[in-house]
Design a protein around this ligand. Structure first.
Ligand SMILES: Nc1nc2c(c(=O)[nH]1)N[C@H]1C(S)=C(S)[C@@H](COP(=O)(O)OP(=O)(O)OC[C@H]3O[C@@H](n4cnc5c(=O)[nH]c(N)nc54)[C@H](O)[C@@H]3O)O[C@H]1N2
Ligand SMILES: Nc1nc2c(c(=O)[nH]1)N[C@H]1C(S)=C(S)[C@@H](COP(=O)(O)OP(=O)(O)OC[C@H]3O[C@@H](n4cnc5c(=O)[nH]c(N)nc54)[C@H](O)[C@@H]3O)O[C@H]1N2
Ligand SMILES: [Mo]
Length: 701
């Protein structure tokens, strides 16, 4: 969402610079933006559909490629069952509005229960909490970053990630201005991160134990009568149940589990009350751990009971120009069906990524035989990548919508490559909704669409159309525009225009701004729609319009906190956590030389004392072993990691045979997800445990 100025020299990219006029990013840029030119020029990027014959790839026509994919999807569903076909959707889908507007047409034709996405390796706990507490997955309070007096951050490193589920370009500037206005930043993390380094206060925490900390903070506020909900007091239910159920989770007990003293836990809670305004925020590190659901639930409760939910300076919902929370069909649900093999519940319409491999590998009726991946690289991003790889190899048919032959798509029979990022327009449908200010912006494509190429949404529509034909369904109806007399096919752009016009600031909604897509085009630096505003109880979508403080699924899960966190002695194993850096974006920017050049970044970080105990020297190659696998990697000592914790970045491991990533292969690294364990996931939200995985480390013989 950073504004960029891209200068062309004829049809070549001359430069990519920050746009100082952008109403939101105001001149901020990060290395990922500069890498766009490498993506655009990358000779490894596919421009035409390819088909795999053995280990060779041949270019085929769009017609042949689309027909073969559609035929296979149709045949497997006809010959076996609807669930014989499955799909996995990856992260860039959320950044590509055409995917979001059109993917539903294809899925409506498939009607499979074998649906997977990166969500359960990421933000599924947030959506679960929004759904259970506020009644809709997209009622997502965001930190009021530029106005808060006190920011408590757990398991996030915004200075590197730019913020997550909290879109805030220019984090260094924003943190500096927090400083200048006297606001306090407190960070809790097993690693003294780049963000922790500029914080006023920092605490190490044992990986996976945040549930104990957060619940004990709540417990302290309840027992000391420090609850002050304020304006929303008459719009909540179930808070007494919470107080009763967490009575035994005292700061003293949480101290043992977390490694943070009882006194500090109490003070962390009291500081939230004492601050004029405060916001508690937890992201990847507290979502993808054994109590991801409980952690996010407790964070929302802490904001609520300190009067900071839906308050200026606390956390507030964004009101975007196209509001996904206005669509009742996106409310979300849980446990409408279960997975075939392990009987785990669906969450938000998807099965946990952790069971994808077993659904393919386990024989039987409704076995998953045919898979479509869209903008995802689960072999590197999901737990136990080696097992998934073995599963993908067993599939009868696989297709991928992607422009790289990478660790995942190399198993595809056919790859359908969409246009590149500079060859289509942009509107950030998902991340505008999570921005720390209400803003809207549309960007025209930099390059014309090359002849003979298709956008993601066109590929999705073409597949949906072919399937509808085969299914004998009225194609117009299937594509959602069965108007009498028919009409032209609805493009992603027209849908966007309609969404904006009918949205909260839209022309058809008779808002004074009268937004239309044209108006956005006239304002290429974006339109500022003002600071976040309180919107509860009006925007709540629970049946009784109340905030549900004690959803059953979280209350029932408290027992697990008791047995697995508070009573059980902490493990003697080292615990593995992740690490992001500014020059990566998950698994797929390593084919850009400027993103990988310089010193090796894929190494194991380890506390000096843990190295000493194993007689390891800085730079030694070590073997890291978990329940599911082992890797060899160099280890480096640090004091910035809690003793007992080791850290590896994710998205590396470009050593697999058959990938066609020239640069990445030469800067391969190892994959942390060859160590993460698919059996470890938080069943309340389906989310994988990617932080806090028990491992052992020893010198490589
Ligand atoms: N440069 C760059 N930016 C990115 C990305 C990228 O790959 N590269 N990825 C983008 C994506 S898809 C996302 S989702 C966001 C993620 O954004 P963030 O959540 O800000 O990113 P992480 O750096 O993964 O932060 C997780 C933090 O949790 C800590 N942690 C690990 N285990 C625990 C624990 O048990 N408890 C606590 N309290 N902390 C723990 C880790 O040490 C780490 O500091 O970043 C986005 N931005
Ligand atoms: N251990 C560990 N695992 C993690 C994480 C971690 O911190 N630690 N982070 C997790 C998180 S937060 C995330 S989001 C995931 C990411 O996991 P995934 O979403 O599964 O994978 P990505 O690495 O984002 O790969 C994206 C793929 O999409 C393709 N692509 C890029 N843009 C487009 C496009 O516009 N259209 C199409 N069709 N394809 C496109 C790329 O070529 C690439 O193949 O990894 C997760 N896994
Ligand atoms: Mo993510």
């Amino acid at each position: 969402m950073c504004g960029l100025v891209i200068e062309l020299d004829d049809q070549e990219i001359h430069s990519i610079k920050p746009n100082h006029d952008d109403v939101f990013s105001r001149g901020h840029i990060c290395p990922k933006a500069i890498a766009l030119q490498d993506l655009h020029n990358d000779p490894d990027r596919l421009r035409k559909p390819v088909k795999r014959i053995g280990s060779n790839w041949i270019e085929i026509s769009w017609d042949e490629a689309l027909e073969e994919v559609a035929t296979n999807l149709f045949d497997y569903q006809t010959n076996y069952s609807a669930d014989a076909v499955g799909y996995y959707i990856g992260n860039p889908t959320a950044h590509n509005y055409g995917n979001l507007t059109h993917v539903g047409y294809l899925f409506a034709q498939l009607k499979t229960r074998n649906r997977y996405s990166v969500s359960t390796a990421d933000e599924a706990p947030h959506r679960a909490v929004h759904r259970h507490m506020y009644g809709h997955e997209f009622i997502a309070p965001v930190v009021d970053l530029d106005r808060t007096d006190h920011w408590l951050v757990l398991g996030a490193n915004p200075l590197v990630s730019n913020g997550s589920l909290m879109t805030a370009p220019g984090m260094p500037r924003r943190l500096k201005s927090m400083r200048q206005r006297g606001a306090k930043l407190v960070v809790i993390d097993p690693r003294r991160t780049e963000t922790a380094a500029v914080a006023d206060e920092f605490h190490f925490i044992r990986p996976g134990s945040d549930a104990a900390l957060l619940l004990a903070m709540l417990n302290h506020l309840f027992t000391q009568n420090l609850i002050n909900i304020g304006r929303l007091d008459s719009h909540i239910e179930g808070l007494d149940t919470v107080a009763k159920e967490i009575l035994a989770i005292t700061p003293e007990r949480a101290a043992r589990a977390t490694g943070i003293s009882a006194q500090s836990i109490k003070r962390l809670a009291e500081d939230l009350v004492a601050a004029k305004t405060a916001a508690v925020y937890g992201r990847f590190g507290v979502s993808t751990q054994q109590f991801g659901g409980i952690c996010q639930w407790a964070i929302h409760l802490l904001n609520l009971v300190t009067g900071n939910l839906d308050r200026v300076g606390g956390v507030l919902c964004n009101l975007p120009a196209l509001d996904l929370a206005a669509f009742p069909s996106l409310k979300g649900h849980r446990d409408k069906w279960r997975s075939r093999v392990s009987q785990v519940p669906e969450v938000g319409g998807e099965l946990p990524g952790s069971v994808l491999a077993e659904e393919i590998l386990t024989e039987g009726e409704d076995q998953l035989r045919c898979l479509l991946t869209i903008a995802g690289n689960p072999v590197l991003s999901n737990a136990n990548g080696r097992q998934l790889e073995a599963a993908l190899e067993k599939l009868d048919f696989m297709a991928s919508i992607d422009f790289y032959i990478n660790e995942t798509t190399r198993f595809a029979n056919i790859i359908l490559p969409p246009t590149g990022h500079l060859e289509h327009d942009h509107y950030d449908l998902a991340f505008s909704m999570l921005a720390v200010r209400n803003i809207t912006k549309y960007s025209e494509p930099v390059f014309d669409k090359p002849e003979g190429t298709l956008h993601d949404w066109e590929i999705l529509t073409a597949l949906a159309t072919r399937l509808a034909n085969k299914n004998g369904v009225d194609v117009r109806a299937a594509l959602g525009h069965a108007r009498p007399g028919g009409g032209p096919m609805v493009s992603a752009q027209r849908m966007l225009d309609f969404g904006i016009q009918t949205g909260p600031y839209g022309k058809r909604a008779r808002h004074p701004l009268a937004l239309t897509l044209n108006k956005l085009k006239e304002n290429p630096h974006g339109i500022d729609l003002g600071p976040l505003q309180p919107s509860f109880p009006e925007r709540l979508q629970t049946a009784n319009k109340k905030i549900h403080c004690a959803p059953d699924i979280f209350i029932q899960d408290l027992q697990r906190v008791e047995t697995e966190l508070l009573t059980r002695p902490p493990t003697q194993s080292l615990l593995l956590i992740g690490r992001r850096d500014a020059r990566t974006n998950n698994s797929w920017l390593h084919n850009s030389y400027r993103m990988v050049k310089g010193k090796e970044r894929c190494f194991l970080l380890m506390n000096h004392t843990d190295m000493l105990a194993r007689q390891l020297n800085d730079g030694d190659i070590v073997t890291v072993i978990s329940r599911v696998g082992s890797i060899k990697v160099s280890a480096h000592g640090t004091d910035n990691l809690m003793p007992g914790v080791v850290s590896l970045p994710h998205g590396w491991g470009h050593t697999r045979t058959g990938i066609k990533l020239g640069i990445a292969s030469n800067h391969a690294g190892v994959s942390i997800n060859d160590l993460t364990d698919e059996k470890m996931f938080d069943q309340t939200t389906g989310t994988s445990v990617l932080n806090g995985v028990p491992v052992s480390v020893s010198a490589s013989g």
